[in-house]
Each structure stands twice: as C-alpha cells, then as structure tokens.
Design a binder for this molecule. Structure first.
Ligand SMILES: [Zn+2]
Length: 346
C-alpha cells in the first residue's frame, strides 16, 4: 500500500479557537502529521509526495466563490486592518441576501465557527491536503492498487460545499468519493471520526450515488451539535442514502464495533463498488477530546472489519489529536486492514 503526504500540509497553523467562552489552543497542529508519519514508516508503507492534479477535482465539490474566498480573504482582511488570522465574528441567519462584499461579511458567510482560522499559508496546506487525497484516490481508481492511504492534514469532513468549520477547509473525503465516481457507479463514504462528518453529509444529502455513513459521539452532547442524529436520512433522491450512528459519550470498543457492523451491512446492501474511509482517530480513549473510548485493539478490529468488505478503499485521514497512542492507533488500524486484504486482487 502507498501513502501520500506533502510537506506543504505542515504550513497551516490555526493557533486558537473559542471553547466555553475562552480562546484555547487549536489541537489540529502540524505535529499531528509528523506523528502519523512515524506510523506510516513503521508500517513500511511507501510514502509519496502527491502530484498536482489542479483545481478540477476540488471544484467538483466546492463552490467557485468559496474557493476564491479561501485564496484571497487573508489579503483582503489584512488590507482593512484585520489581524493575521481571519476569524468570523458574525454569521447570517439565512442566505437570502446578496453575496457579502466586506471581508467580515465574507468570513461569516463562509466559516461555520471559530475553529478554522485562515492565515497566509492556510490555502497552501488545504490545497496540498486535497492533492494528497486525490493522489491516493487515483492510485486506487486507476487500478494500480486495491487501497491507498492519504495522510490529509488539515482534515476535511466538517467542510461543506461553501462553509469551513471544525478545523476543515476542503472536504478531502468528498473529493475522493467524487473522483471514484468517474469509475464506480456506487461509492460509500464511511466516517469513523469521533465527530459527525456534517460537511460530507451535507454535500451528498440529496444524492443516491454516494452513500454517506458516520459513526460518532451523539451530537446532542457533542460537536457539531446540529447534525449527526439518526433521524437524518437524506432527502429527495438521496433519501435513505445517509446513515448516522450516534454513540453515547464514553462508549468504547463494543458499542463502536456494533455500530460498525450495522454500517458495513448497509454498505453491503447498497452494493457499493468502492469506499472512502474518513479515518478519524479521535474516538481513541487517549484523545484529548475525550468523547469516546476506543482502544488501540479496537482500532485494529475496526481496520479488520473494514478490510473484510473487500472493496477498493481509499483511507483519508480526518481527526485524531496528539496523544500517547495517536501513532499506535493508525498503526493498529492499517496493520489489521492490510492483513485482512493481503492477497486480494487489485
Ligand atoms: Zn474529529
């Protein structure tokens, strides 16, 4: 299996976000990627720098004005006396008015919360993270490998078509799924991150060609709060093609694996031709977010079960924050996934 990562992904550093009324350090730090890289090396994976596939695959998911915003807002913000980080202070309660003209208006329009500040280098990292996802996807889509790992950072699953949020700017998993659609009729995105993949759900909510499934801490008590409930099942043609598996806070391996069995049965029922795993590792019992309690052995079981569906698979890194077991959790997941899929046809 090949892994992909670009050093440009280390350039973004968001500094602080608002939690419980105070500014706290953003845990989505470059060090995460360096720790995950140690697991890639221990696994003996070939770590490659992605080619530049351009804007086409990104523009297939995200709105033109949003992509322009991500690339230009920092300079606009600074020009009117803004600080070195773009952070929203006001949000529209609907989107019925014209597109905002001021940098403050644009920031509120395109940013869902304070956890996705934009610095002078954010676009470079987000763009490189997306290219990493595309490179891994094309490796699989073009028949060169049965599976590949994209060490994406910043992550992507909270970003919708035109709104950043939750440390995410470009939805790498959605971009990967859309890329797979060029070859496969039915693609599933299975999100095992601690947090609900609200951006991914939103992007595909009315579609029946990409099934979205997410296992996460119950949003009644946990970010992203407004989405991720079991009742959200899709709309229009997409009705029945979105599945959420919220877990009570503190749930461990058994509850997670039971939800995973249900999600994998749904993917089988859908007759998916290929799958994207939105591979957050923050459901770990050691993760600083502390929402769920999956052990390293639990991540091995998750990897084994996902490998067991035996589909072309793109593993896209989502969350998972600095802890004593961050590298170990990735190692356990991919080792078990790989052991299960070894010997499968390409
Ligand atoms: Zn997360």
């Amino acid at each position: 299996m090949h892994a992909y990562f670009s050093a440009d992904q280390l350039r973004h550093h968001g500094q602080t976000f608002m939690v419980a009324g105070e500014a706290r350090p953003i845990p989505e730090v470059p060090e995460r990627a360096e720790i995950l890289t140690t697991a890639v090396k221990r696994l003996g994976l070939d770590l490659r720098t992605p080619d530049d596939f351009g804007m086409g695959p990104i523009a297939a998911i995200h709105a033109p004005e949003y992509l322009k915003f991500l690339q230009t807002i920092h300079a606009e913000w600074k020009a009117v006396g803004g600080s070195d980080l773009v952070v929203p202070g006001i949000h529209p309660f609907d989107r019925l008015g014209p597109y905002p003209r001021s940098p403050a208006g644009k920031a509120g329009f395109h940013m869902g919360d304070t956890s996705c500040p934009i610095s002078a280098t954010t676009w470079q990292s987000a763009y490189a993270s997306a290219q990493t996802a595309i490179a891994a996807t094309r490796q699989v889509r073009d028949g060169n490998a049965r599976s590949a790992y994209a060490l994406c950072r910043p992550p992507g699953h909270h970003a919708s078509r035109d709104i950043a949020g939750g440390f995410c700017y470009l939805n790498n998993s959605a971009i990967a799924a859309q890329e797979l659609r060029a070859k496969y009729d039915r693609v599933a995105i299975l999100d095992v991150d601690l947090h609900h993949g609200n951006g991914t759900q939103h992007i595909f909510y009315a579609r029946d060609d990409v099934m979205t499934l997410s296992i996460h801490a119950d949003p009644r008590d946990f970010y992203p709060f407004f989405w991720g409930h079991a009742e959200e099942r899709g709309r229009d043609a997409g009705l029945g093609f979105n599945h959420n598996y919220p877990l009570s806070l503190g749930s461990g391996d058994d509850a997670f694996l039971a939800a995973l069995d249900r999600a994998l049965a749904m993917i089988d029922h859908f007759s998916a031709d290929a799958v994207v795993i939105a591979l957050g590792l923050d459901a770990s019992s050691d993760d600083p977010f502390g929402g769920l309690a999956v052990t390293p052995g639990g991540f091995a079981k998750i990897g084994e079960k996902i490998g067991g569906i035996n589909l072309p698979t793109v593993l896209v890194q989502e969350g998972g924050y600095v802890s004593n077991t961050l590298a170990e959790n990735l190692f356990q997941f991919i080792s078990a996934f790989h052991a299960t899929t070894a010997g499968s046809p390409k």
